[in-house]
Ligand binder design. Structure first.
Ligand code: CP
Length: 316
């Protein structure tokens, strides 16, 4: 693996999940793999889990880590090519990426969409430009369109919690007061479609269909109750409209995942990537139930990140 931007960069999905679980069983088993190597984590946007779990993963492998909140601590970055930089932006992304890659053996980058223009966001320009101008491998810490480290942790969590040969996994839209990116649901759908032990069902109100590139052959329905029937796993997430791009077009609170909704499932486990707005996206009763995997899922972020870093380091 020479970069990690999506499931398409993974040569062997089952092997990657296996490595994550091996590291989880013995976190220091590969403590020399990253010796004398530097990981740089570049954040254009806030983070709790991605930032801390990826640092912890690096330490498990013996790597050193540098973290920069580039939006707050660095020069204001220009991302457009060929512009006359006589405004407030003092540094071009192409120079920043090349320089950072001289200090770091692997670079993690987080860059969210603006939710103003779908074409611009879905071009994923910041992540692609880091790949283009960096001399070191790039790991997505969440881009405008995908969150692959989260999705790998989600798949690890699903496999840990069910050995059914085919698990019914339901990705359900849930309400939220703000317009959120589509990266988590896009990526989750893409990874679940790539896993041969998952039957994916996506449910969302009208105006929230995921792009076919990510939804693939998953069953889609606007009927949440129907979707939840016999589900082994319920993955809740809000995302903004895809038809009225980046807008909140549905505020229907009946989409909140409640104990009554979970009762429709096959004693299903509840998942969410966090952070979550309690009693908006899902009820306290669901989040604090014994079927809630939200904390276990966040724990698996460390081992997912470690598996990715190890695989890249061994390929260098
Ligand atoms: N799930 C996730 O990526 O969390 P953070 O935004 O806190 O990193």
């Amino acid at each position: 693996m020479d970069k990690f931007l999506s499931v398409n960069d993974v040569q062997n999905l089952d092997e990657l999940v296996k490595i994550a679980l091996e590291i989880k069983a013995n976190p220091v088993a590969f403590g020399d793999v990253g010796k004398n190597k530097m990981l740089g984590l570049i954040f254009f946007n806030p983070s709790l889990r991605t930032r801390l779990s990826t640092q912890r993963a690096a330490r498990h492998l013996g790597m050193d880590v540098m973290v920069m909140n580039i939006d707050k601590e660095g020069w204001k970055i220009e991302t457009q090519d060929g512009v006359i930089m006589d405004g407030d932006k003092a540094e071009h992304l192409k120079d920043a990426a090349a320089v950072i890659s001289q200090y770091c053996d692997i670079i993690g980058v987080r860059s969210f969409p603006n939710l103003q223009n779908k074409e611009d966001d879905y071009a994923d320009a910041v992540m692609k430009d880091f790949v283009k101008y960096s001399h070191s491998p790039i790991v997505s810490l969440e881009s405008a369109t995908r969150h692959p480290l989260q999705s790998l942790a989600d798949l690890v969590t699903i496999r840990e919690n069910s050995d059914k040969p085919k698990k019914k996994v339901v990705l359900t839209w849930a309400p939220h007061p703000r317009a959120l990116p589509q990266a988590v649901p896009n990526s989750f759908a893409e990874w679940m479609n790539a896993a041969d032990d998952v039957e994916l069902v996506i449910t969302a109100p009208e105006g929230y269909d995921l792009d076919p590139e990510f939804a693939g052959d998953a069953t889609f329905t606007n009927n949440q109750d129907e979707a939840l029937k016999d589900a082994d796993f319920v993955y809740a997430k809000n995302w903004s409209s895809t038809t009225e791009y980046g807008k909140v077009v549905c505020k229907d609170n009946s989409w909140e995942v409640t104990e009554e909704k979970m009762a429709l499932t096959n004693n299903g486990k509840f998942m969410h990537c966090l952070p979550i707005r309690r009693n908006v996206v899902a009820s306290d009763g669901v989040l604090d139930s014994e079927n809630s995997l939200i904390i276990a899922e966040a724990n698996n972020r460390t081992f997912a990140a470690a598996a990715v870093l190890k695989t890249i380091l061994e390929n260098k």
